[in-house]
Structure formats: C-alpha cells, structure tokens
Design a protein around this ligand. Structure first.
Ligand code: LLP
Length: 447
C-alpha cells in the first residue's frame, strides 16, 4: 500500500523489468499491471475477512467491484483467486460471464437497470440482483414471472451515512440517487426500505437474499462503515422481530488507497478486525444472529497494482501562485492525459509522478504534469517536484492508476487508448492491445 516504485540500475521496474524495455516493446503511454500484486490484494481481502469473521458470521464473500478495472483476463484472475464478481451493467456482466465466472457468484448493481439487463440476470440465475428502488423490485418480480424463473434479489438501502470523501463518490446520504431510503417520507408511516423488504420477502418469484449498503469510495475512516453496519443491523433486528430473517448483509466497498504519500490506507486485515469487533458487539447488543457478510472492494484491489508510463514531450516554465507566493512552475506535458485518467479533472484527485528512466542529480522543482488534450484542465499530476532537467523523451511514471483509469478512459481528441500490459512471474504480456487509428474508424457506418 505505498506509492513507492521499485528501481534497478536507476530505472523504475515492475518485477525487475525496466520501463524503457516496456515502452520499447509495448509503446507509450502504457498501463502496466502487476498481476501478482493484484492477485495478492484480492487474496488478502478474502483471507483476512474470512479469518476475522469465521467464528462470528460464518464466512465472508468478497465480491470484486469490477467497475474499478475489468477485462476478461482480469475477471479470470478474480475467479482463480476465489472471489465473487460485482458488476454494475449488462456490459460488465457480459465480460464476467465471458470469463467463465459462475453466475451464482455474480452480483448486478445499478440504479437504472434495463429490462434486458434484468432478463439476462434472471435467465443466467446470477447470485444476486441488487435492487435499488421499489419500482425496480416490482419490475424484477414481473420479469421473473414472465420468464417462469425466480430472481435472487438483494435490496440496496441508504443508511443515511455521510462518508468523508468527494461528493461525487459518496453514496449513502439521503439526497442522492442510490438505494432505498430507510427514512419514512413526509406523511408516510414506513420507509420505502421497509415496504420493499416486506414485498421481497413474500413475492413468489423473488428469492430474497439479503440487504446491501455502500457508503462511498476512497474512504479511510472506518467510522462510516461502522455507523452503516449499526443502522443495517438495527433494521435487521426490527425485521427479525417481525419474523423476517435476513440471511446476508453486504457492507459494500470503498476502502481508500494511497495516491500520494499524504494518504494513509488501512490494511485489509485491520479493516476486517475492526469491523468484526464492531459487528460482534452490535449483534450481541441487539440479540440477533449474524447474517453472512459480504464486501465489494474494487479500487483497493486494482488501484495500487497498476501504474501508467508516459513519455515527456514539451516542457515550459511559467509563473505560478503556490502556497500564497509567486514561484516558477515547470509544466511537463506527456503523451496521454484526461483520456487515460480523468480522475484529476473529475474529482481533483491527487497523484504523484516520478522521473522513471534515469536518476537525475538536478534539483527537484515545482512541476505540474499535464496531458496533450485541448483543455487547460487536462492535468495528470497537479503538484509534484520533478528534477529540473526532466525533458523531452524522458519517461514519467504515475503510480496507483490501476483503478478507474482504463475503466473510465475515453477517446477524447481521438487519442487511441493505451495497451494494458500484465506482469506475472517476471514476464510481461499484453492483455489489452493498444488502439489504432483504424479502431477509431471501426464504428463508422459506411455511406
Ligand atoms: N460497491 C458499490 C455498490 C459501488 O458503487 C462501488 C463503487 C464499489 C462497490 C467499489 O468501490 P471501491 O472499493 O472501488 O471504492 N470513479 C470513481 C469511483 C466511483 C465508485 C463507484 N462505486 C473514482 O475514480 O474515484
């Protein structure tokens, strides 16, 4: 869980392979994934959570949140490491199925699933359709009836927790689009969540799997998870007293990772032990049986396992205001940008960057790594100190780009997307090839 990079003979390496060799073989910019690291992180969540919860609530099912990074090969690693798969659209579901994931180990999220997506989920008999609203619950029931099948349904609730993260990725406070609210509406006696549970528990075509909550993403403070767990368990106790047993509780994903040295992520084992201790205390207080627990980490599995290699091009120095004073700031433009990593533009996300093809004895100066897109907001790393002689042809590495980079990439300005290279046991291979200009024409309809 560090933003550090390995070096050999002054070059940044991945499992001993230098960045110069990687760029010579696969081109620039390049996403590089340490496959062994990805697998080890996946295993750590499964092992540590199962160890912490084994005596308490049976086991824990770890669903990899595939929105963070998904290719057929990545889905295969997830399957091989014994994790389950969380998808958030028909497209993610199609990739999971294509990788041969057991449908029983797949979940499908979304606040606005189409009939087609729901029909596929029901026909494939996936383990859980995570229903997000009352109308959707009725739709699932109708579709399952039409298909003469039953649908495995989990209900996503909003436990009303304000997670301390960027507003656009916080998801459990009241006034946002996800989930069934647990607070009764004005003039209503019961909450929508309560009505949905009663419907799900009695509908013929619905196999009611359990309850779900997800409070947000890139969270470091465990308090939000604990508050959410308490609210969910209190609700489960209320339902229990009415004879409705909740067998599973998913507490979502969202564990923060280090993008810069200022971030201090918590190891999976520590998160697991804290949550297990909290849940144990709460089920004893409430006198209920612990439901089976599941979690959905995405970023914390894929993020630190990836980095982006860029090639520096144009550099320039301008006057900038920094920390209330005027300083020269060096702009280092690289051959990618907001099309391979929109996170800085979308969320003001911080990253760090290092000169990767050599060690320089030049003085580190206030720098900004920018992309090649036609927007001034196209920033890769807002503030970083790079050696003053970082220049045209140098390689610049941005660590921790494994999650929500490729996943949210675009062809803005018609930039072909980089390849993804996976490194395993000291060997590098392409798992997603670089796009070509031909790919840019591929969907044009011939006149
Ligand atoms: N489960 C649910 C229901 C989610 O909505 C998410 C993320 C996750 C699990 C996984 O969260 P993670 O462990 O990866 O934090 N594009 C944004 C992040 C959006 C997250 C959306 N939901 C970013 O780049 O920061």
């Amino acid at each position: 869980f560090s933003t550090g990079v390995d070096r050999k003979d002054a070059e940044v390496t991945v499992q001993g392979i230098g960045v110069t060799e990687l760029v010579e073989r696969f081109g620039s910019p390049l996403w590089v994934l340490d496959e062994d690291d990805f697998r080890a992180r996946a295993r750590a969540y499964a092992d540590d959570f199962n160890a912490a919860f084994s005596e308490l609530c049976g086991g824990v099912d770890v669903f990899y949140a595939s929105k963070a990074l998904l290719t057929v090969q990545v889905a295969t690693w997830v399957k091989e490491e014994g994790l389950f798969m969380d998808t958030a659209s028909g497209g993610e579901l199609a990739i999971a199925l294509r990788a041969g994931t057991d449908p029983a180990k797949i979940g499908l999220h979304g606040n606005n699933k189409s009939d087609e997506e729901l029909q596929t989920a029901i026909t494939q008999q996936i383990g859980r359709i995570v229903v997000d609203s009352l109308p959707e619950l009725h739709r699932v029931d109708n579709l399952a009836t039409e298909l003469r099948l039953s649908a495995n349904v989990m209900l996503r609730l909003t436990p009303g927790v304000d997670a301390s993260t960027h507003e656009h990725i916080a998801t459990a406070h009241e006034d946002q689009k996800f989930g069934l609210t647990m607070t009764p509406a004005p003039n209503a006696e019961t909450s929508v969540a309560y009505q949905a549970v009663h419907f799900a528990a009695s509908a013929d075509r619905i196999n009611f799997v359990g309850l779900h909550s997800h409070i947000g993403s890139q969270i470091f403070d465990s308090l939000g998870f604990e508050t959410a767990a308490t609210r969910m368990l209190e609700f489960i106790a209320l339902l229990d007293s009415e004879g409705i047993r909740i067998h599973e509780l998913d507490i979502g994903g969202g564990y923060g990772i280090a993008y810069t040295e200022a971030d201090e992520p918590v190891a999976p084992g520590v998160i697991a032990n804290n949550l297990a201790a909290h849940i144990k205390q709460e089920i004893q207080r409430l006198g209920i049986t612990c439901p089976r627990i599941s979690i959905e980490p995405g970023r914390s599995i894929a993020g630190p396992a990836g980095m982006t290699i860029y090639t520096a091009g144009t550099t320039k120095t301008v006057w900038a205001e920094h920390d209330g004073e005027h300083h020269p700031r060096r702009y280092v433009a690289v051959d990618g940008g907001m099309s391979d990593n929109p996170r800085p533009v979308l969320y003001d996300a911080d990253y760090t960057a290092v000169l990767a093809n050599r060690i320089s004895s030049a003085q580190p100066v206030l720098s900004r790594v920018v992309g090649k897109h036609c927007e001034s907001g196209d920033i890769v790393v807002n503030t970083v100190y790079l050696p003053e002689d970082t220049d045209h042809g140098d390689l610049v590495v941005v660590p921790a780009t494994g999650a929500y980079g490729h996943a949210m990439s675009s062809n803005y300005n018609m930039l072909p997307r980089p390849a993804i290279v996976a490194v395993k046991d000291g060997t590098a291979r392409e798992i997603i090839r670089r796009e070509t200009y031909k790919d840019l024409f591929a969907r044009e309809v011939e006149m």
